[in-house]
Design a protein around this ligand. Structure first.
Ligand code: RP5
Length: 165
């Protein structure tokens, strides 16, 4: 297994962590080396550039970026690196993440950000999607992913509904 992070999880604020935490949990469960950091597009733009510029050389294969409001973090990272960026809209304002979703998904042609759903489901899916990307060249990870998916299937098959009188 790699001794350096393969996936970078970045978020605009400490306040985003709760929403991004499913991504951390799933990558941990799948045994994928990762890191989680706060990088703000608007408040630490120089750090954003540095993170993006060093991502490839540091061995990052995918970046998961979550932010709320006018969420420029995923798009600006994507503008500065060829490492694929997955964007997670965070519900952080009165607009409940719709603002962030539109900010992230409406990238101009030529600078793609793979945009996931608003909130924790999007964070979880970003981690799974990143794992699937890595699994294209990692047979052991592909097996762990297959087992993970089968466990989700078994959870559903075991579901019982209440009997109403
Ligand atoms: C965004 O502003 C962050 O991604 C966060 O979702 C939101 C609020 O940040 P804080 O004021 O909580 O630091 O840039």
């Amino acid at each position: 297994m790699a001794d350096h992070p393969l996936i970078g999880i970045v978020m605009g604020s400490r306040s985003d962590f709760d929403v991004l935490s499913p991504a951390v949990e799933i990558l941990t469960e799948l045994g994928i080396p990762h890191e989680a950091r706060v990088v703000s597009a608007h408040r630490t733009p120089d750090l954003l550039y540095e993170y993006a510029e060093q991502a490839q050389a540091r061995g990052l294969r995918v970046i998961i970026a979550g932010a709320g409001g006018a969420a420029h973090l995923p798009g600006m990272l994507a503008a500065k690196t060829l490492v694929p960026v997955l964007g997670v809209p965070v519900p952080a304002t009165m607009l409940n993440g719709l603002d962030s979703l539109l900010s992230i998904v409406q990238m101009p042609k030529g600078v793609p950000v793979g945009t996931l759903a608003i909130g924790k489901p999007g964070a979880a899916n970003a981690a799974i999607f990143a794992a699937e990307i890595l699994a294209t060249t990692d047979a052991a990870l592909r097996e762990r992913l297959q087992a993970w998916r089968e466990a989700r299937r078994d959870e559903v098959l075991a579901m019982e509904l209440p009997v109403l009188q």
